[in-house]
Each structure stands twice: as C-alpha cells, then as structure tokens.
Write a protein that binds this ligand. Structure first.
Ligand SMILES: *Cc1c(COP(=O)(O)O)cnc(C)c1O
Length: 724
C-alpha cells in the first residue's frame, strides 16, 4: 500500500503505461472534469455505465483486455497524456487564484466541519441542499487553491433508495456502501494499519477509524465508528445520516465535532481557523477550547481565542430546525468536559441555552453562535430572518447591527453545468476570453452569451431535454423488463413524456414547507393548463421524503396518485429515487424550474441556480436566493407581498396566472425557423445574470475576503451579550 492507504495491488491489472488512471480514479477531480471522465468511458462505454460512472468500480470490473487495448492505442494515449498533465498541473497548484497568504505573518488553513457532503452519487453522504453546498464549497476551495481540510462522516449503510408502491407510498431501500468500490481510501498510521482515534473524554469510550476522499487538492476525512474497537451499540453511530433518536443524534454530533477535531490533531494537520457548516459539528469548538486549556490558558482566554478564529454558517430559518438536546443528556456525555474546562456545569450549559426559551434544552445553534465570532446566513433574506430569530443573544444591539451577516449560496459551475453547454460557452465566450473558466464570477464576460445564435442554444436545450426524457423512459423500461413494475406506475413515472411539450421540473426534498403539491390546489384549472390541446404542459416531480416525515410522504402520495390518473393524460410524472445523477438530468433538461416554498422558510435554495446556469428558466416565489436573483427579465417571480392569512390560494393563483398569461404563450411562440426567440432571450438573460452571481466561486471569494483572513487573529466580534 502507499502511504495514503490506496491499495495499489488491487489494481495490478492496470497496465503501467496508463497507471495514472488509478490516481485519477481516487481523486474526485474527475467528477468535475468531463475530459477526465471520458478517459474511463473510452475504455468501454458499457462498463462505464454499469459502474454508474464510478472510476474505481470501473477499474475493478472492466475486463483487462480493454485496458490493454487502450494502452496500445495511440489516440487513447495521446488523450491520456494530456489529461495526466492537466491533472498534475492542477494538483501542483499551477492554476490557483489564491496564491498568497491571508496575513503577512502566516498562511491559514481552515478546517471545515459538516455533517453531510454531496460530492458525487458514488459517495452517498448527503441528504439534500446542505450537503451539496458543502461539497461545492470543497470543490471550489480546490479550484481556487484555498487551503482547507474537511471533516465528515462515512455513512456506510444509511443511503436510502426510494421506491414508490402502487398506492403512492414511499418505500426506503437501504444501500450498504461497498467501501472497496468507492473512491475513498483508508488513512494509515505508521504501523501501516488504518488509523483509529479515541474520542476524548467520552465514557464509555468511542473510537473512530479514518478514511479519506481526495477532492482535487482538498482532503476530506471521514469518520467511521463501525469498527471492532467499539461496543456494539456504538458501531452504528456513523451508519446513517440524521438517523436514530435524540441520543444517537447527540452521540453523532459529539463524534463529528470532538472526534473530528481529535482526528485532525492526530494527523498533525495544522490549521488556524474553523468553519462550522450548520450547528451539528459545533462541539468541535469546545474541543479546541479544551486543547488551549491544556496548554495553560484560562477558560475565558481560550474561549476568546477560539471565538475569534471560528466561522459559523447557519442554514435554518426555523427554530424547530435546530437540534436541541435535554440538559441531562448533555450532562451524561459531556460531564467530563466541565471539569477539564475548569467551569461549572451551569456555565457550560449556559453556552447552549437560548435566553428566549431557557428551559428548552441545549441548543446547538445558540451554542455555535456563542462559540464563534463570525456568523453568516445563506442569503440576504435569510440574514434578516436569522437576525430576527437570534436577536435575544445580543440584548441591547439593534437588529441591523447584530453580528449575523449573509453570504448567499452558490453552486460549483463545472459540477452543474452540462458539458455540452460548457462547450457551447467555450466557443462563444472562450473565443473572446480564453480564460473565462478562471473568471466565471465576472459578470462582464457573460454578456457574450448574447453572441450565441438563438437556434444553437435552443437546439442544444432540446437535445438535453430529450436526453432527460430518454433516461426516464429507459429506467422504467428496465424495471418493466424485470417484472418489477405495474402498468400504473410505468405511466406515473414518465413513459408518456413528450419532448416537444413545455416541461416544468420540481425536484427537491419532500418537506411539507416546500409545498410540492401547491400547483394541484385548483385541479380543474391545472387540468386545463396541462391538457391544452395546442399548448400542453407537462410536469416532472422528483424527491424523497424523510422516512419519519409523515406529512412529506402524504404530499408525495397525493402527487403520485395524480400522476397515475388518466385525467392528467400522462403529463404529470413522478421520477423515483431523486439523487445527484437525476438532479443533473433534470436541471439540464427541463424548460422551467418551479419553486414555491412557504416564505420565509427557504434559507437559500440551490437547485434553481443549477437550472439557471443551464438556460433553464426559474418560476419561483420571492424567497431565499430568488429575492436577489430575479431582475424582471430573467424568469418569473410571485409572492413577494406579505400575506397574513393562509397564502395557498394567492400563491397557486399567481402560478396559474403566470403560466396562462405569460409563460405558455412565450414558450409556444416560435418563428418560421421553429425557434421561440422570446423564450431563448429569457434563457440567455437567465444564464447571464445568474451564472456569475450564484456560482460557488463568488461565494467562496466572499468567505475568503470577509472571514478567512481574520481567522489568524484572536480579536473577534463582541461576545454575545456585549456591546460591539
Ligand atoms: C441541489 C440539490 C438539492 C438542493 O436543492 P434545493 O433547491 O436547495 O432544495 C437537493 N438534492 C439534490 C440531489 C441536489 O442536487
């Protein structure tokens, strides 16, 4: 084995001449570089498909003859050599934006903690938007060369595939991760064995084994409790994302925060700042305090140092969305800390006590706010909401001066932009700005989108739509052929979709606040819109409900029943098992992206950004990112007004009105050349206005400019409760 635990002997069958494929397979760099993926696909397109686009599995399973043939083929080798050189240049930081140091004294590495990461479907460590935001953050750090190490969990058995029964009920089929087929490696110690670290101070002891995913230049360390060293009841801590009861959840957060921090110290990773993504990993900060106390600092000094070097990003616009643990449960596991920190129980528990609701328990968001000096929400609107929620933590400060800032989310362009669309941009933007990929957060270069001939953009879009619909049909066909499907479900899941019909996409987690069923509010009106003889409309739904979310599952069932019903003529489809791969097809291929959560519950929302950069137009309520994104020309908006009563009627009515009066007519208004020029103009406006602003490049630069350099100093914003 090599030092980083990659067991190369498993890949002895890969000819030496193309041995670099093994290196690339274990670095997710391939996942956002289409040309690198093509190297695997060219070995054998069928095996590539069978591997579900996972190069590690592909190299394990592809017949050796194909590898040998590639190693003898000059055309293949020419490409291979170019890609390897690009890869090596990338890894050698020859392409960084971030070349300097944050401060004259020393460079900063930031340690990033998150409970989930959405990186690629071969690594099912995510539930939804929070995870993809974290994944995109890592990829962007890698691209820009921002020094960062990340910590998360290796959820080994918790990925739930969704299957829908004939009555529309959701069944969850667990997938066990095959650790040897995933692009992850064991982190090995000096003995050559995988590193196992004990989570400090917790009784009975809990141990974690350490794995690594290489995300370009950024390492992501994953913790795994499913090892022999642990008691049977503790082995499952890392099995499931947000699984188990309260207590299991607390244990997860202790392992992630405290264990994660310990793992980084054990590995000798030097970093001076910490970025906590949502409240789950906030215990990492208390472990940092403890380490400083061990070095001789007082609790208050240590706390001040830790606060001044920590950023906390909050994503929850609802008090109910934060984790709150009973005080006695916190006592049970963290009692050992009180003494080590040299503080009373009440002082510790006070750090997690919400002054507005002091008996509720230990609140992880409050704790994270108190343990860090820099806080941000994830959109301007969410910033206002968050300041309103937590103003009680800073009594005496006016709301607009609270130390809660907003950095609006963004998506990683290379991950979410379809490669053909990227090629098209390359031809028209790249011919004028050869380095447009490096500066895609610059709005000026996107003006060149206007130079793309309407027909060219339109025909590519239609091609992507056909690809989406073919994919959906093919999935159904396969299940049908295996006798796993009844006819009603084949209809409900999209075999009657038609690429020439205006197609609306709605795909996200089925939480009730997202109101997936809003458009069914007035069934007769919707039927008229959908079944219009000359200007029909079809809607594709996808999304999973949390297994414990009965309300979300009810919404799903209702929609599924409509999809089965002949009254909608096969124009409502529900696609099973929404995940990263289906998300890609949908955000590339539908015409219109619908978003109608109950305001102000959507902190940001990111799927609409993914759609926008691909020329898919947004129809969205004015909440989250769309408050900033909508400019009157780049899509449609509604629901900006404050409705004090139930807003279902108003919002559904606004959607119908927009569809009937503006959207459907614009879509079907084609010229003699068959191109709907008005629609294409809106597509272009959507790309131009959204791509430079809602990309993770703009987002990360904001984190870097506003926070990361300050993480070297110990002078932070005022402690909650103190004047600024
Ligand atoms: C982007 C994405 C999400 C988040 O979408 P929202 O619009 O923010 O809810 C969820 N799941 C998948 C698979 C995604 O790609």
């Amino acid at each position: 084995m090599t030092a980083d635990g990659m067991d190369r002997s498993r890949f002895d069958h890969v000819p030496e001449r193309i041995g670099g494929l093994v290196d690339i397979a274990f670095n997710l760099w391939w996942s956002w570089h289409p040309a690198a993926r093509v190297l695997f696909k060219q070995l054998n397109a069928h095996a590539w498909k069978e591997s579900r686009h996972n190069p590690v599995q592909m190299l394990r399973e592809v017949p050796v003859d194909y590898l040998k043939r590639a190693a003898r083929t000059p055309e293949y080798l020419r490409r291979y050599d170019i890609i390897m050189e690009r890869y090596q240049d990338y890894m050698a930081r020859k392409t960084s934006w971030f070349t300097g140091e944050y401060s004259p004294c020393r460079p900063v590495t930031v340690a990033y903690f998150s409970a989930e990461y959405g990186l690629h479907h071969s690594l099912p460590f995510y539930a939804g938007g929070l995870g993809f935001l974290a994944g995109d953050h890592l990829k962007e750090c890698s691209d820009l060369g921002v020094p960062l190490v990340a910590v998360g969990f290796m959820y080994s058995s918790g990925y739930l595939h969704q299957h829908i029964g004939t009555d529309g009920s959701q069944m969850n089929i667990e997938e066990i991760l095959d650790r040897d087929a995933a692009p992850i490696t064991r982190v090995l110690g000096e003995s050559g064995r995988q590193i196992v670290v004990r989570v400090p101070l917790i009784e009975p002891p809990i141990h974690v084994a350490v794995w690594k995913v290489q995300v370009g230049r950024v390492p992501l360390y994953l913790l795994d409790t499913d090892i022999a060293e642990n008691r049977p009841e503790h082995r499952g801590i890392s099995h499931r994302l947000y699984g188990g009861d309260r207590e299991e959840r607390l244990l997860q957060e202790i392992v992630l925060g405290i264990g994660g921090r310990k793992v980084l110290s054990y590995l000798g990773v030097h970093y001076s700042g910490v970025h906590i993504n949502e409240g789950h990993p906030a215990f990492a900060l208390i472990e940092r305090v403890r380490e400083r106390i061990e070095q001789g600092f007082s609790f208050e000094d240590a706390l001040e140092q830790v606060r001044g070097t920590s950023v906390f990003t909050t994503h929850t616009p609802l008090p109910a969305g934060t984790d709150i643990f009973p005080f006695d449960m916190v006592d049970r596991y963290l009692r050992g800390y009180y003494e080590c920190l040299g503080i009373e129980r009440d002082r510790f528990l006070g750090l997690g006590t919400d002054p507005g609701d002091p008996h509720a328990g230990f609140n992880m968001t409050v704790f994270a706010m108190r343990m860090s000096a820099y806080h941000n929400a994830v959109s301007a609107r969410h910033g206002e909401v968050t300041r309103g929620m937590w103003k009680g933590l800073w009594p005496g400060l006016p709301e607009d001066r609270l130390p809660i800032d907003a950095i609006t989310n963004g998506v990683h362009l290379q991950t979410w932009l379809n490669p053909r669309m990227e090629d098209l941009f390359d031809r028209y933007i790249g011919s004028v700005c050869p380095y447009w990929q490096m500066e895609h957060d610059n709005p000026v270069i996107w003006e060149l989108v206007d130079e793309i001939p309407d027909g060219e953009l339109w025909h590519l879009h239609i091609w992507l739509k056909m690809k989406l619909i073919n994919r959906i049909r093919e999935m159904k066909r396969r299940k049908w052929a295996k006798h796993q499907e009844v006819p009603e479900n084949v209809v409900a899941e999209g075999v009657f979709l038609n690429p020439s019909v205006l197609t609306i996409g709605f795909a996200r987690r089925f939480s009730t606040y997202k109101r997936a069923d809003l458009i069914f509010h007035d069934l007769e009106r919707l039927k008229r819109i959908v079944n219009n003889r000359w200007h029909p409309v079809q809607i594709i739904f996808a999304g999973k409900a949390h297994p414990d979310d009965v309300g979300g599952q009810d919404v799903l069932r209702r929609i599924y029943r409509y999809a089965q019903s002949s009254e909608f003529g096969g124009k409502i489809a529900f696609v099973e098992d929404y995940g990263e791969q289906m998300a890609q097809y949908l955000v590339h291929g539908v015409d219109l992206w619908l978003n109608n959560p109950l305001p102000p519950m959507e902190a940001s929302g990111t799927s609409g950004m993914k759609a926008a950069i691909n020329g898919v137009i947004n129809l969205s309520i004015l909440d989250g990112w769309w408050v900033e994104g909508y400019n009157g020309r780049n899509g449609w908006a509604f629901g900006g007004e404050c409705v004090c009563k139930d807003r279902t009627d108003t919002d559904a009515g606004a959607i119908y009105d927009l569809l009937e009066q503006e959207i459907v007519p614009l879509y079907y208004q084609t010229d003699m050349d068959g191109v709907p020029h008005g629609w294409v103009r809106t597509m272009k406006e959507s790309i131009k206005s959204n791509a430079p602003r809602f990309c993770s490049r703009r987002m990360l630069k904001e984190y870097v400019h506003r926070y990361y350099p300050r993480l070297v100093s110990c002078a932070g914003a005022p402690l909650p409760g103190a004047e600024r």
